[in-house]
Write a protein that binds this ligand. Structure first.
Ligand SMILES: NC(=O)c1ccc[n+]([C@@H]2O[C@H](COP(=O)([O-])OP(=O)(O)OC[C@H]3O[C@@H](n4cnc5c(N)ncnc54)[C@H](O)[C@@H]3O)[C@@H](O)[C@H]2O)c1
Ligand SMILES: [Zn+2]
Length: 634
C-alpha cells in the first residue's frame, strides 16, 4: 500500500463533521484550499460530491462571486519548470440538470444570432468527462494544467513509457492521464486507494512503484487527448429530444473513470465569439452525473419565523446520506405547499441535491396529514395567511423576528464576527431588543449579561471594528432588511440618490430608476418609513461608509464615454465581453445589448457583418473598431 500523507487533524475533523455552516469564512476557505491540494495530489480527503455540494456550495451561498469560485482551482506545481500553455486549460461550467443544458443552449443560440449563423445547423459534440489527470501535449512536451495558464513540464511520463490513447499521435493538445477501470480493479486496487491516487503517482518525480510501471507497460494507463475521445455528434434539438439516452450512452463509450458528459459547440466562429471567463470556456459545459436522489421519510415539519414574520416550514428528516453528506433537514417552499401536498409526520418525499446546502422538497411520494401551525413558534401569536405564506403578525415583540433582524444586520455588514444566533439569543434573553442597544453595550454590561471577560472584550472590539472598517453604504442600507431591497437594489437606489435623501423620496423618484416597478416602489417607501428612526440612530453612531458614486456624477467625470450608450458586437481581443462591459460601466457609460436610436457608439470586434454596420450607421450611430475604442479610452 502506498502511504498517504494525512491531512492536519483540524482539517480531518471538519471533513468528518461535514457542517460547513459552523466555519468562519477563513476556515472554510482554508479547508477548501487544503482539500483541493490533496485532491490534485491524488489523495482526496473528501468525496467530490462532498466538496461540491457541501463545502463549495456553502462558499457559493455566502459569496456568490468569491474569487475562489471564479478562477481555476490551482494545482501545486510538480518538480520541473513551469511554462506558458499554448492554450488556456480551464475548468468547466457545470450543471446538474437538463434545464441547465437548455439554458446553455439558449446562450449559444444568442451567440449564433449575433454572428448571423443558423442555430439549428450547428453541430454539438458530447464526450465522456474523464475523471483523470488533466495535461497538455504540445508534441514536444507534456504539461500539467497548473493554474490554467502555466503548467509544469511532466514529459517524464512519456519517457516512462506512457502511450497516447486513440490514434497514438503526439501533439493533440489537452487530454487526461487515465487508467482502464477493469485493469485498475483487477491489478491495482490492492496497491492504490483509488484511480486518482494512482494517476497522480505516475506524474510525481518519485521513482515509479512497480505496479504502476506495469500498468504503463501494459498500456492500461494512457494519456488520452480529448480530440480522440469517442463522441456523440448532433444538433441542439437532438440533445434536448434524446437527452437521457445521450447521458447514458456517452460515458459508456470508454473504460475509464468518468464523472459526467462534456457538451461543446464545434463551430470555431461561435467558440471565438463566446470566449471564456477566467474559470471556463463559455462554449462548453459539463453535465455532471453525481447528483443523487434519495427517498426519505419526514419526521415532522417545524415552523420557523423569519425576520419579516414569514413562517417557513422546515421538514426534519430521518437522517439520510446523500451526495456525500448526511441530510436531516429540507425546506418546503411555503406552507401552501405543505398543505396542498400533504407534508407532515410520515410523509415520504424524494430529495435531490443540486448544489444547495439544505435541499428543497420537490416531490412527495406518500402524502400524510399536513402539519400546519396555528401559532407562532416564537411568540405564540395567532398566524395569518397572506397568499401562499403564513405570517406572525406580532412585528414589534416577536423574539424570532427581533433576533433574526439583528442577525441579518450583522451578517449583511460582513465586517464583524461574534454576533451569530447564539450570542443574539443570549442578548435578547437579557432584554436587548435592537441593534442600537447592542452598540450601547459596554464591558461591564456584557460581563453582567453572562459573557466571559475575553468574549466581552472581543464583542466590543468587533463592534468598534464594524464602525471603523470601510463599508459600502449600500451594504449598510441592505443590513436594515428593507422589504424588496436586496443588496443589488440598494446599490442601484444609491446610484441615483444619496443615502440620507432616500427617506424623502416620492414614488415617482423611485420608479424613475430602471428595475423598480410601482409595486416595489410603494413597498419600499412604506418600509423605509418604518425603519427611519432606527436607521438614523444607528447611522449617527458613525460608520466608515464608502459613498456610492452617483450616476449623474459619473457622467460628468472626465471619461470620454461617460453618459454615452455603447453596444459591443463581434469577437473582442481586449477581453471578454463581460470584462469590457464592466470597464465601460465603470467609466460611466451605459452598455446596451442591441443598437437603437439612443446608441452613441457601436464597437465592432472581428466577424461583424456589413449589414449590421450599415444598419447602425443609418440610425446615426458612430461605428468604431475595437482598436479605435481602446485608443479613445487612453
Ligand atoms: N474531492 C475533493 O477534495 C476535491 C477537491 C477539489 C476539486 N474536486 C473536484 O474537482 C472538480 C473541479 O475541478 P476541475 O475544475 O479541475 O474539474 P472540472 O470537473 O471542472 O473539469 C474540468 C476539466 O475537465 C477535463 N475534461 C475531462 N473530460 C473532458 C472532455 N471530454 N472534454 C473536455 N474536457 C474534459 C479537462 O481536463 C478540464 O480541465 C469538481 O468536480 C470537484 O468535485 C474535488
Ligand atoms: Zn411571532
Amino acid at each position: 500500500m502506498i502511504t498517504k500523507k494525512s491531512p492536519p487533524a483540524a482539517i480531518a475533523k471538519i471533513a468528518a463533521e461535514a457542517e460547513p455552516a459552523k466555519l468562519s469564512d477563513d476556515e472554510l476557505l482554508e479547508f477548501l484550499t487544503v482539500c483541493n491540494d490533496f485532491y490534485r495530489r491524488g489523495e482526496p480527503i473528501i468525496s467530490d460530491a462532498q466538496y461540491d455540494f457541501v463545502f463549495l456550495a456553502e462558499l457559493k451561498k455566502r459569496h456568490p462571486h468569491h474569487p475562489y469560485l471564479e478562477t481555476v482551482e490551482p494545482e501545486k506545481a510538480f518538480a520541473g519548470k513551469t511554462v506558458a500553455l499554448p492554450e488556456m486549460m480551464l475548468s468547466t461550467e457545470k450543471t446538474y440538470s437538463k434545464d441547465g443544458i437548455e439554458k446553455w443552449l439558449q446562450r449559444i443560440e444568442k451567440a449564433a444570432e449575433e454572428l448571423g449563423l443558423e442555430f439549428s445547423r450547428l453541430i454539438f459534440r458530447a464526450t465522456p468527462k474523464l475523471d483523470g489527470y488533466a495535461a497538455y501535449d504540445d508534441g514536444l512536451a507534456l504539461y500539467t494544467r497548473g493554474d490554467g495558464r502555466k503548467g509544469t513540464d511532466i514529459s517524464r511520463v512519456f519517457e516512462r513509457g506512457l502511450i497516447v490513447g486513440g490514434d497514438g499521435k503526439r501533439g493533440q493538445g489537452a487530454g487526461e492521464i487515465v487508467v482502464s477501470q477493469r485493469y485498475f480493479n483487477t491489478h491495482l486496487a490492492d496497491f492504490f486507494e483509488n484511480a486518482r491516487n494512482f494517476q497522480a503517482s505516475i506524474i510525481k518525480e518519485k521513482e515509479l512503484e512497480e505496479h504502476a510501471l506495469a500498468a504503463i507497460q501494459n498500456h492500461a494507463a494512457v494519456f488520452f487527448p480529448f480530440a480522440q475521445l469517442p463522441d456523440w455528434l448532433g444538433s441542439a434539438q437532438e440533445i434536448l429530444e434524446r437527452f437521457e439516452a445521450i447521458i447514458e450512452a456517452v460515458p459508456a463509450k470508454v473504460d475509464f473513470d468518468v464523472d459526467g458528459v462534456i457538451f461543446e459547440v464545434t463551430d470555431a466562429r461561435i467558440k471565438k465569439h463566446m470566449g471564456a471567463t477566467r474559470h471556463h470556456h463559455r462554449w462548453q459545459i459539463a453535465y455532471k452525473s453525481n447528483v443523487e436522489t434519495a427517498v426519505v421519510t419526514v419526521l415532522r415539519v417545524t415552523p420557523q419565523t423569519s425576520r419579516s414574520g414569514r413562517v417557513n416550514p422546515v421538514a426534519e428528516l430521518e437522517p439520510t446520506k446523500l451526495s456525500g453528506a448526511v441530510i436531516s433537514r429540507a425546506t418546503a417552499h411555503h406552507y401552501k405547499m405543505v398543505r396542498d401536498m400533504g407534508i407532515g409526520a410520515g410523509t415520504v418525499i424524494e430529495l435531490t441535491r443540486s448544489g444547495l446546502v439544505i435541499p428543497k422538497i420537490e416531490r412527495v411520494l406518500t402524502p400524510k396529514t399536513p402539519q400546519i401551525p396555528e401559532n407562532c413558534p416564537s411568540c405564540g401569536s395567532e398566524l395569518v395567511w397572506d397568499s401562499d405564506y403564513l405570517y406572525c403578525p406580532n412585528t414589534v415583540q416577536c423574539p424570532a423576528q427581533i433576533e433574526n433582524t439583528i442577525e441579518h444586520f450583522f451578517r449583511t455588514l460582513r465586517n464583524i464576527d461574534g454576533f451569530g444566533g447564539k450570542t443574539i439569543e443570549k442578548l435578547h434573553a437579557a432584554g436587548i431588543r435592537s441593534v442600537y442597544q447592542i452598540y450601547q453595550l459596554d464591558l461591564e454590561r456584557l460581563q453582567g449579561l453572562g459573557f466571559g471577560d475575553k468574549t466581552s472584550q472581543n464583542l466590543l472590539d468587533q463592534l468598534v471594528r464594524s464602525r471603523t472598517d470601510p463599508l459600502e453604504d449600500w451594504r449598510f442600507l441592505g443590513a436594515f432588511g428593507i422589504y424588496r431591497m436586496g443588496l443589488g437594489n440598494c446599490e442601484r437606489l444609491l446610484q441615483h440618490f444619496p443615502l440620507l435623501s432616500i427617506f424623502e423620496l416620492t414614488l415617482e423618484d423611485i420608479v424613475s430608476i430602471e428595475g423598480f416597478a410601482e409595486k416595489t416602489g410603494e413597498a419600499v417607501i412604506t418600509s423605509l418609513a418604518k425603519i427611519k428612526g432606527d436607521f438614523m440612530r444607528i447611522h449617527a453612531l458613525g460608520f466608515n461608509l464608502l459613498r456610492t458614486p452617483l450616476r449623474s456624477e459619473q457622467a460628468q467625470a472626465a471619461s470620454p464615454i461617460a453618459g454615452k450608450t455603447i453596444v459591443f458586437t463581434g469577437a473582442m481581443q481586449h477581453g471578454s465581453r463581460e470584462d469590457m462591459t464592466r470597464e465601460a460601466k465603470r467609466l460611466g457609460a451605459k452598455v446596451g445589448s442591441s443598437v437603437s436610436g439612443k446608441t452613441d457608439f457601436l464597437v465592432t470586434g472581428s466577424d461583424v457583418g456589413a449589414a449590421k454596420i450599415a444598419a447602425a450607421q443609418e440610425k446615426g450611430v458612430r461605428v468604431i473598431s475595437e482598436a479605435e475604442y481602446l485608443e479613445m479610452l487612453k
